[in-house]
Design a protein around this ligand. Structure first.
Ligand code: HEM
Length: 154
């Protein structure tokens, strides 16, 4: 594995209304590096971060429900990284834009969502659980695909 020293680029692409840029799936090697448990731990940290974040109001208000939501999300991320199709099995076809439609997702909410994700990724970086290249590929996916989820101006 290459755990090179080039810095990760967590810059956030600006949102442009009406533009859904082409999405590249994360490198499956990211899942290979951290394992399914690593992904479940990541989504647990992320959802606990969201629970305390400025956008907490759009998520479940109960901590246990939030943990369950995080694991549905982990099912999705394992699947999108080439792992078993847990999300399809447990929740049905992803149809992510449709699933997000009931929630008020603004460009600013996307920024908070991404910053919270960046924080949740820190232990993976610090503990060198994956290579810079693979973490970057995962981030690039989030950075681009999160633009698709924005459905409100403000
Ligand atoms: C890369 C982009 C994103 C992906 C892959 C993603 C993925 C998911 C997944 C898999 C679920 C669970 C759906 C289900 O179990 O039916 C979910 C739920 C949700 N997402 Fe996202 N999401 C993304 C971006 C966002 C953004 C930018 C926001 C808001 C700032 C957001 C807010 C929500 C909310 C409010 C829910 C419902 C909470 C719940 O599960 O009860 N998502 N998302």
């Amino acid at each position: 594995m290459n755990f090179g020293t080039s810095p990760l680029d967590f810059s956030i692409l600006p949102y442009t209304e009406g533009v859904n840029p082409p999405v590249t799936k994360p490198n499956p090697a990211f899942l290979h590096d951290i394992g399914e448990k690593g992904m479940r731990d990541l989504l647990d940290r992320f959802y606990m971060g969201l629970f305390e974040s400025p956008i907490k109001d759009i998520f479940p208000q109960d901590k246990e429900e939030m943990k369950i939501a995080g694991q549905h999300s982990a099912d999705f991320f394992i699947q999108i990284c080439g792992g078993p199709k847990y999300f399809n099995q447990n929740r049905g076809a992803p149809q992510m834009r449709g699933r997000h439609a009931p929630f008020h997702i603004t460009p600013n909410a996307r920024l908070h969502w991404l910053v919270t994700y960046e924080e949740a990724l820190q232990p993976i970086i610090k503990e060198k659980q994956s290579s810079q290249e693979n973490i970057q590929s995962f981030w690039n996916y989030l950075n681009v695909f999160s633009q698709w989820m924005v459905n409100s101006r403000d």
